[in-house]
Design a protein around this ligand. Structure first.
Ligand code: SF4
Length: 364
């Protein structure tokens, strides 16, 4: 193995530019370079990973608590991708950390195949749910070659020994679309997209049942975002694992997810099948996000939706509005919205899609 990290090769692509994660950003809706969307298929009967009633809050000084996540329940099945979408600060990354066992919720549970995962997960349980971070560079050790990173994991978890380690490392490189000689490189010698592929290979090395990807393309150059999304879609199909894709961009969720959960100020405000959410949104916030999503070509819905665009910034989680937390920004709000908090209920009645709005039965 190489003795140490090489100097950055000026001929190699530099890291991706930093980008503002504020909405809207990212690839345009239905970009032809992006995956065409998940294929239709029968839903697996049993959920793989289930979160129930997750609540997370943090001290915010002066006796206040910042409620980051409130009563969030969601699930993902084998071979399914669930998208979790919302503006920066809505709590989606906190949910991701709870799912991956990096953060203990104040209350609520996370279960894997029906088994509740305790506050201290076993090594096997940690293996089962892997997190892919937004910034691949900060999540990789700059002093370790790709081979060292992968080999260490394979040996530690007893997944390969001796010559099988190298074979598995080569398999992982092929799986994420990198050449074999990438194993000799160090994080600094790769482009942002290549580093994210390495981070994905590291997650896959431990043979997880669920991959939680927290904004996996938002720190990457636009030119490589579609390729990384296509890789996620391909891996989901080939490996049959469950995926939770966290994104601030509805266009990303629309392109590769089977179901979507929309979060606002720590709560899920709408959840359902992808097509239901995108063709018949029942929550004004979902409608506003859809309107704000960039498109290649302006269309009638874009023009008509201007009035539904978001007003202002989300309120502070330490000073949540009364009633429906979205009411100060909602174009549909009525007096009842300021006093009564809507529950997440089927919309329409009997449907598996749910929305937290007093007027959830109204269509657009
Ligand atoms: Fe808007 Fe009222 Fe529905 Fe909240 S409950 S989303 S404020 S219409």
């Amino acid at each position: 193995m190489p003795a140490g990290p090489p100097e950055r090769d000026s001929a190699m692509p530099a890291g991706p530019p930093e980008r503002d994660s504020a909405m809207p950003a990212g690839p345009p809706e239905r970009d032809s370079a992006m995956p065409a969307g998940p294929p239709e298929r029968d839903r697996p009967a049993l959920p793989l990973l289930v979160a129930e009633n997750l609540c997370v809050s943090f001290p915010a000084g002066k006796g206040q608590r910042l409620i980051a996540v409130e009563d969030v329940s969601l699930s993902v099945s084998e071979g399914e991708t669930l998208g979790v979408v919302g503006e920066s600060g809505c709590g989606k990354s906190t949910v991701a950390r709870c799912l991956a066992g990096l953060l203990r919720p104040g209350s609520g549970t996370v279960s894997l195949r029906g088994e509740v995962l305790g506050a201290r997960r076993t090594t096997e349980q940690h293996r089962a749910v892997q997190l892919v971070f937004q910034d691949p560079y900060s999540s990789l050790n700059p002093r370790l070659s790709v081979r060292s990173v992968l080999a260490e994991l394979l040996v530690f978890h007893g997944l390969a020994q001796g010559e099988a380690v190298e074979r598995r490392c080569l398999e992982l490189m092929a799986l994420v679309g990198l050449p074999a000689d990438a194993l000799d490189g160090y994080p600094s010698s790769f482009s942002g997209g290549q580093r994210q592929r390495i981070a994905i290979a590291r997650a896959l090395a431990v043979e997880p049942q669920v991959v939680v990807a927290d904004e996996p393309i938002s720190s990457l150059d636009v030119s490589v975002q579609a390729a990384i999304l296509a890789l996620f879609a391909d891996l989901r199909e080939r490996l049959g694992i469950g995926m939770v894709l966290i994104s601030h961009n509805l266009a990303v969720v629309r392109n590769i997810c089977d179901r979507a959960a929309v979060m606002y100020l720590g709560r899920i405000v709408e959840v359902g099948e992808r097509e239901e959410i995108f063709t018949d949104p029942r929550h004004p916030y979902t409608r506003a996000l859809l309107t704000a999503a960039p498109r290649l070509r302006p269309g009638p819905d874009r023009v008509a939706g201007v009035a539904a665009r978001l007003r202002g910034e989300p309120p502070s989680p330490t000073a949540r509005p009364t009633g429906c937390a979205f009411h100060p920004r909602c174009p549909r709000a009525e007096p009842v919205c300021a006093t009564q908090r809507p529950e997440l209920l089927p919309a329409p009645a009997g449907s598996s899609r749910m929305a937290a709005c007093h007027f959830r039965d109204e269509t657009q």
